[in-house]
Design a protein. Sequence first.
Length: 311
Amino acid sequence: MTRSSASVTAADARDTGRGVAFGLAAYTMWGCFPLFFALFQGVPAFEVLIHRVIWSCAFLAGLITLLGRWSPVRLALAEPRRLGRVLGCALLIALNWGLYIYSVETRHVLQASLGYFMTPLVNVALGMLVLRERMARLQGVAVALAVAAIAIQLVMLGELPWISLTLAFSFGTYGLLRKQVRLDGLSGLFVETLLLLPLALMALGWLTQAELSHFLDEGRTTLLLIASGVITALPLLAFAGAARRLRLATLGFLMYLNPTIQFAIALWVFHEPLPATQLATFILIWLGLALYSWSAWQTHSRRAAPGMAAR
């Protein structure tokens, strides 16, 4: 091995190490979100969502200005006809954000955790149903295990885990639409919140006029509402740093850190009950994820093999 190739390998290793650090930071922050949103005692989830949209938009605008990244935003806004999918993404992410805040407010963090564990399997199902993608055999078994898990909960408890399903399908559909939008993560989220901003401002005006707004009531609540915009953007920036440096397979593995932390917080911080039926649901989902991960790893290995042989 020449000195130059050794230095390149060392540089690649350092870059990968930074990517893993960024990925761990992003998914750890997302996983700890229940601890933040639990601080909004007495503030309805709808009002927190309104401020999350407003202050995310404001913070992202400042960040884009600081980074000099207005060009893709201007290009997107210059073609209103292409904003339909972006608007769809905006409405789906608003639904996901609002329901997630509601799940923390009502102490259903276990259901939220289950929803994000289910998301990769929902992505597989949506890819097959909408994009007509071929489903590998192990992926099919994984999706079948997820369906069986939901069926068990429906039969044993007499109700669907609607928070889990709505979070999984809203985020899965968001990802499906987001792939068709030519915007990076930072610019895309800004345009999405920008499209939601008029609705959020009107809702804030209505709350204020009806004297239902908690904004400016006390300093702590006001600072928390403003901070909701900042904490929305920070993990996204860390994720962008990870996505530039890591393989998709590595990112997919790190993704499970988010719902795992939520699961731990639900049990050990919020002391949510975990009955046997719900535990069985989680176990089936975890088995499905294990099969899904194994299938994804096999697929990646087969694709990487020709390139390695050529070297």
